[in-house]
Design a protein around this ligand. Structure first.
Ligand SMILES: [Zn+2]
Length: 178
């Protein structure tokens, strides 16, 4: 059987299978945890089941495989020449789903952060990637906590929201949208 992946993709996949801790999501989780961030993983209650969800930052992080999610201009994302149409269609569907997920999260007041696996697997840029995740989270937190008129509007109807939200741990976040 012909391998559907290029040798580069194949060796990348094999590397990931070897050690759980070298998986891209583990790299991000460990880094964020070491920086004091607390989060949930594989959150089923949110659209797209984010790999990492930070409620306080209202941010969902997805660590995307470059091949499956069609990372543009990326070596790891090149289509196999066999069954080209099949793969192109499949990856196009995944990309459409990713866009829909982002829209759903946005409607709930959540930000979406996409981290590509190549931004983590290349050791030369990994640190920079991790640092920029923290930077974006910090900026988001500041933005969320800026005093603005909308906060007043929210507080007026807080009672009814909090009652409705009691059954769901994300209820507060969902109700707390603009
Ligand atoms: Zn990539």
């Amino acid at each position: 059987m012909t391998d559907i992946f290029t040798p580069e993709q194949r060796s990348h996949i094999m590397q990931q299978i070897k050690g759980k801790d070298t998986k891209p999501e583990m790299i991000v989780r460990k880094y964020l945890f070491s920086k004091g961030f607390r989060f949930r993983v594989n959150v089923k209650r949110l659209p797209g089941k984010p790999d990492i969800a930070l409620r306080k930052y209202r941010t969902a992080i997805f660590i995307h495989g470059c091949f499956w999610h069609g990372h543009e201009d990326c070596k790891l994302a090149s289509h196999p020449q066999t069954n080209k149409e099949f793969w192109e269609a499949k990856i196009a569907r995944n990309k459409a789903r990713d866009i829909a997920t982002r829209e759903k999260l946005k409607a709930m007041g959540w930000n979406t952060m996409i981290i590509w696996e190549c931004q983590l697997s290349k050791v030369s840029i990994r640190q920079q990637t991790l640092e920029s995740i923290v930077q974006i989270l910090d900026d988001t937190f500041l933005k969320l906590n800026q005093p603005k008129k909308k906060v007043v509007l929210y507080q007026q109807s807080e009672t009814s929201y909090s009652q409705a939200a009691e059954s769901s741990s994300y209820g507060n976040e969902i109700a707390n949208i603009d």
